[in-house]
Design a binder for this molecule. Structure first.
Ligand SMILES: C[S@@+](CC[C@H](N)C(=O)[O-])C[C@H]1O[C@@H](n2cnc3c(N)ncnc32)[C@H](O)[C@@H]1O
Length: 353
């Protein structure tokens, strides 16, 4: 059987990058076979591609779009619910995870407490449907502590927590058991990189495995001082520096951001503060190193009816408490859901003097 579909096409050498991006954007139609034709790969897409998504894709590799006929893949069970029907009760089927995080070749599931006793079965069945993953893990508990790391349980496949993850063509060494990383922040990593201008000095106070630093220096001739208190995070960043062709430079630093800022003479153009549960305590440090006209990207967890207003009020108050004023509030946006009725938010704040 065949079907007429919209496609995204790329030169074969860019195939893996675009396949992963289409998966992350939930655009790839897995029901149809990808076509390879004269050095070009044609990826079938399952829904209308938005202008934003097109910009995102084409900023990474040269793409083409159009429609053509694709072979439809004969279907086995495609979802956990289909595959486990008859083996779990309808109530339990309704609790099965519908989505998962994808980090390189590792899939990470979140299994609700009510069905946690079936984790092994769920993992095995998931792995038999999604054979492209080498490892299937389940989250155990929430991220916690200074390093924002959580525990994981191996459900199926190879026993490991490390992989090489690709975002917008940036290769990132990630070990989910050792250092924080969220694949859901890729748009934000890229957004900030696009704002940076050549020649800027940027401090990423809580860099984790360094996605902002890698995105920025892959695109711009800027210098990023990438600080994290977790030595494993900085080891992974150092590995990523070797995996990418960078035009800028990164100075990886294992330190408490407060100590580093207060023991080094710094005057910088931009400070990234992506530590939503702790950034508020470091606004004084950011204010002390930002040049007049410099920008702070402040992240926080905010709930309530009007989180944008709450965040603006909070961050302006924090900056003014440090004796500096806000020249301009740029973009304020919800980056992702963090809990029911709560968002990880960002505010881009230009500091006056
Ligand atoms: C939410 S994660 C950062 C994620 C990273 N910016 C990203 O986009 O993937 C917060 C990070 O802050 C680091 N951290 C916590 N307290 C710190 C401190 N006082 N100084 C430096 N890093 C700190 C943690 O180790 C963790 O990697």
């Amino acid at each position: 059987m065949s079907s007429e579909k919209q496609y995204i096409s790329v030169p074969a050498k860019d195939g893996e990058t675009i396949r992963k991006m289409l998966l992350t954007l939930e655009l790839l139609d897995n029901n149809c076979k990808i076509i390879s034709d004269d050095g070009i790969l044609y990826f079938p897409v399952k829904s209308e591609i938005t202008k934003n998504q097109l910009t995102t894709l084409s900023s990474t590799v040269p793409i083409d779009t159009g429609t053509r006929t694709f072979d439809v893949i004969p279907q086995g069970p495609r979802t956990l619910v289909d595959a486990l029907e008859g083996r779990l009760s309808p109530e339990k089927l309704a609790l099965l995870p519908r989505a998962y995080d994808l980090i390189g070749d590792i899939a990470i599931l979140e299994i609700p407490d009510e069905i946690v006793s079936h984790s092994e079965l769920i993992g095995e069945v998931f792995h038999s449907i999604h054979t492209n993953f080498k490892t299937v893990l389940a989250k155990k508990g929430a991220v916690s502590g200074t390093t924002r790391v959580r525990d994981y349980i191996l459900l199926a496949g190879e026993d490991r927590t490390k992989s090489i993850h690709t975002e917008y063509g940036c290769r990132l060494a990630v070990d989910v058991a050792k250092a924080y990383f969220s694949p859901r922040l890729l748009e934000e990593h890229n957004r900030i990189a696009q704002l940076v201008e050549s020649g800027e000095v940027v401090v990423d106070m809580f860099c984790g495995v360094g996605p902002f630093a890698i995105h920025i220096t892959k695109q711009k001739e800027a210098k990023v001082i990438a600080i994290d208190i977790n030595p494993s995070a900085i080891d992974l960043l150092c590995e990523s520096i070797g995996l990418n062709k960078l035009v800028g430079t990164i100075l990886p630093v294992v330190a408490d951001a407060h100590d580093y800022v207060n023991t080094n003479e710094l005057s910088v153009d931009r400070v990234i503060m992506n530590h939503p549960s702790g950034a508020a305590d470091f606004v004084g440090d950011a204010c002390s190193i930002l040049k007049p006209g410099g920008t702070m990207h402040y992240y926080d967890f905010i709930g309530g009816e009007t989180p944008e207003d709450t965040l603006k009020e909070k961050v302006v108050g924090l900056v003014e408490k440090e004796g500096r004023s806000v020249k301009k509030i740029g973009l304020v946006r919800r980056v992702r859901d963090s809990a029911p009725y709560e968002f990880q938010m960002v505010a881009d704040i230009v500091i006056q003097e």
